[in-house]
Ligand binder design. Structure first.
Ligand code: NAD
Ligand code: ZN
Length: 351
């Protein structure tokens, strides 16, 4: 099969012909239809410090995908060829305290698809049956392809109740923008999002935020005043990984506010902890998605009108992966998709 492989310990990804994965008795073999490119994939492509320390070479990369089941292992009873599925990107151990207690998203030994084990940028991927989510008929393939990052957004945005609350999101990347749509769907009063990239602020506006703010041009204090807010934001979703964005957030939260942190800072990040203490803030770290409560919530919110399609801005055939990664790198993109279908990809190349 064709696959995008990190086959050398240097910058780049290479399209290679490799054997189709073999199937264990608990595994499901999926023909990949559409994949999404994640920031993580870009780090692996660029071969930065994190990637060098983390990625075993050679490795098929990628973890955001939708596909069709082609065959199942002997132990698999409840998945069948022809079903449309996505994969949960964290393969958990099943044996640690949290796994045994049913809190699989808190597994102490989780392995990442396309990070620690073979990924989805390929014609086929094999995954344990416990890592698959079967899609309902109402979910279109492109939305299904990005259930992984949508799940990050849902897990973060629903970490704290937002009904009637004022929500501040720092970082209008694909996940921040989806989190804005989710917060709206879940009944927030105001949803304010910040970014320094005008293209992304515009995309956030199209998704229906109350206000999309460039912190280099306007202050959050000013926005609060403009909206008639008096006590600060009730819920914060940190989705930039940027220290100054996070500090701005801390300075604009109400007493007793809740912050869910998804953005991954490049290194240690200093803050004024007195703000956390005296303003009695709760800060919660978020990694991945809840298995499978987040997946359930995604499915039913899409069924009840949540629309995140506008976040998908670019579509490429797998053969054009270099162009797709370039679109990601430019920053002037929302979600970038790679189409692995024989015909589909070729016809719909480009924006
Ligand atoms: P992204 O890099 O596309 O988006 C981050 C955005 O933050 C960018 O648009 C950037 O312009 C913006 N930004 C930079 N400086 C800013 C500032 N000072 N103020 C406001 N915004 C600023 O990433 P994404 O794919 O949307 O993911 C969001 C974050 O979540 C990233 O940090 C990513 O690494 C992280 N992430 C975490 C998990 C997890 O499980 N914890 C999973 C996926 C992604
Ligand atoms: Zn575990």
């Amino acid at each position: 099969m064709k696959a995008l492989v990190k086959s050398r310990a240097e910058r780049g990804l290479w399209l290679e012909e490799i054997p189709t994965p073999s199937l264990g008795i608990n595994d499901v073999l999926v023909r990949v239809l559409i994949t999404g490119i994640c920031g993580t994939d870009l780090h692996i492509y660029e071969w930065d410090e994190w990637a060098q320390a983390t990625i075993p070479v050679p490795l098929i990369v990628g973890h955001e995908f939708v596909g069709e089941i082609v065959s199942v292992g002997a132990n698999v009873n409840d998945f069948h060829p022809g079903e449309i599925v996505s994969g949960e990107g964290h393969v958990v151990c099943g044996r640690c305290r949290n796994c045994l207690a049913g809190r699989r998203h808190l597994c102490a030994h989780t392995l990442g698809v396309g990070v620690n084990r073979a990924g989805a940028f390929a014609e086929y991927i094999a995954l344990p049956m416990g890592n698959l989510w079967r899609h309902g008929r109402h979910v279109d393939l492109e939305t299904a392809a990005i259930f992984d990052p949508l799940g990050n957004a849902v897990h973060t945005a629903l970490s704290f109740p937002v009904l009637g609350e004022d929500v501040l999101i720092t970082g209008a990347g694909p996940i921040g923008i989806m989190a804005a749509a989710i917060s709206r769907h879940a009944g927030a009063r105001y949803v304010v999002i910040t970014d320094i990239n005008p293209h992304r602020l515009k995309l956030a506006e199209q998704m229906g935020v109350t206000s999309a703010v460039n912190p280099n041009e306007k202050t959050l204090k000013g926005i609060q005043k403009q909206l008639g807010m008096h006590e600060g934001f009730d819920v914060g979703l940190e989705m930039s990984g940027n220290a100054s964005a996070f500090r701005e957030m801390l300075a604009n939260m109400s007493h007793g506010a809740k912050i869910a942190m998804l953005g991954i800072p490049a290194g240690e990040m200093a803050i004024d902890w007195r703000q956390v203490i005296f303003n009695m803030l709760t800060i919660k770290g978020i990694y991945g998605r809840e298995m499978y409560e987040t997946w359930y919530k995604m499915t039913v919110m899409l069924e009840s009108g949540l629309d995140i399609k506008p976040v998908i801005t670019h579509r490429f055939a797998w053969q054009d992966y270099e162009k797709a990664f370039e679109a990601m790198r430019s920053g002037n993109a929302g979600k970038v998709l790679l189409d692995w279908r024989e015909s589909g990809g070729r016809i719909r190349s480009g924006e």
